[in-house]
Design a protein around this ligand. Structure first.
Ligand SMILES: NC(=O)c1ccc[n+]([C@@H]2O[C@H](COP(=O)([O-])OP(=O)(O)OC[C@H]3O[C@@H](n4cnc5c(N)ncnc54)[C@H](O)[C@@H]3O)[C@@H](O)[C@H]2O)c1
Length: 325
């Protein structure tokens, strides 16, 4: 991957940042955000809508607040610089706030959240995405699947990371189903005529449904404001689809908020441990062995997958061949 990205004009450091993020997606069991996107990123570089040699501007607004203009870099690079800056800001002042504009698709929010958690910080990560969800009451999609991500250090090695799209399922899963000819579950999308569909291609042409009706639509809107409106990034349905629209850069916005956990209480570690313990001790419904906290399932998958080979489906092998891997 590093060689592929370098051949597409990225320097070695940036190529490595991207490759680590892509491999991480495969390992945590999110292949929809892994190798299946590599060709798309390279196509966007070739079509000059991702800048492989960005001049990224980092503007310090205060000790806590930083604004980044990513100059249409690949999203992984902008986000990597952004989260590291947010971590440094919080370590100095207790709170870090980093807004990024002119970025691209950055993969999994949890990947960046994990970096902050490993530095013993609480974290929120927001990014907007191309239109996929219709705002409540509208016929046309406008909001992205706009993930909401929150992380906190806990007393053991497994980070607590809630990282969820605000659509019933993430768009990557629908794209993979469309490419492999599989059906999608009921209740996740409507076709372009507003009828429920399990046909992935029809779903991509129609709208995805938000989680919890108007509440999910409100959350998608909130993320669009936090990622796009406040940062200077695209918003209100203007983020281009990375797979289908090569008419210009995406100008995605990201927002990272980092917080030292001991700002109000000296014993956060003990309190979070107690909090999780109380929840895990609750009586469980039939068939549930353990009440998991968010992030535990992905950590377990990561550990298992580290010992296994990564299974690359034939269509992605084809992509890799086209990229001269
Ligand atoms: N960059 C983008 O534009 C973009 C857009 C949408 C989604 N994404 C990413 O796609 C990824 C997938 O999102 P998703 O909504 O499909 O995630 P998901 O449904 O797999 O998981 C959502 C959350 O629920 C938790 N969870 C899962 N099973 C659980 C259980 N049994 N008990 C307790 N918690 C559990 C997970 O740890 C996770 O925090 C995310 O990492 C997100 O950041 C990126």
């Amino acid at each position: 991957m590093i060689n592929i990205l370098k051949r597409n004009g990225l320097n070695k450091v940036h190529a490595k940042i991207c490759s680590l993020a892509i491999i991480n997606a495969e390992l945590v069991g999110a292949p929809t955000h892994g190798l299946s996107r590599l060709k798309m990123y390279c196509d966007r570089i070739q079509k000059k809508v991702i800048n492989p040699k960005p001049k990224i501007k980092i503007k310090k607004i205060s000790q806590s607040i930083t604004q980044i203009d990513a100059n249409n870099s690949i999203g992984f690079v902008a986000a990597d610089i952004g989260i590291k800056q947010a971590i440094n800001n919080a370590k100095k002042t207790g709170v870090g706030l980093v807004g990024i504009k002119n970025s691209g698709h950055y993969g999994l929010s949890g990947y960046y959240a994990e970096q902050a958690v490993k530095n013993n910080l609480i974290v929120f990560c927001f990014t907007n995405a191309p239109p996929a969800i219709a705002p409540h009451g509208a016929k046309k999609s406008l909001f992205g699947t706009n993930p909401i991500c929150f992380g906190t250090p806990v007393s053991n090695k497994i980070p607590f990371i809630l990282d969820t799209s605000v659509s019933v399922i993430n768009r990557g899963k629908i794209r993979v189903a469309a490419r492999t000819g599989k059906k999608i579950p009921e209740g996740v999308a409507l076709d372009k005529f507003g009828k429920p569909t399990t046909d992935a291609k029809k779903a991509l042409a129609g709208v995805q449904l938000p989680i919890a009706g108007f509440r999910g639509s409100g959350l998608a809107w909130m993320v669009d404001i936090l990622s796009g409106v406040i940062t200077g990034g695209n918003h209100g349905g203007k983020v281009k689809d990375p797979f289908d629209d090569f008419s210009g850069p995406q100008n995605i916005g990201h927002l990272f908020i980092t917080i030292k956990p001991n700002l109000f209480v000296g014993n956060y570690n003990q309190r979070i441990k107690e909090n999780i313990k109380r929840i895990k001790k609750l009586p469980k419904i039939k068939g549930v062995k353990e009440i998991l906290y968010p992030g535990q399932n992905k950590f377990n998958k990561y550990k298992k997958n580290l010992k296994k080979k990564i299974n690359i489906p034939p269509n992605i092998v084809e992509d890799l061949k086209k990229l001269n891997a």
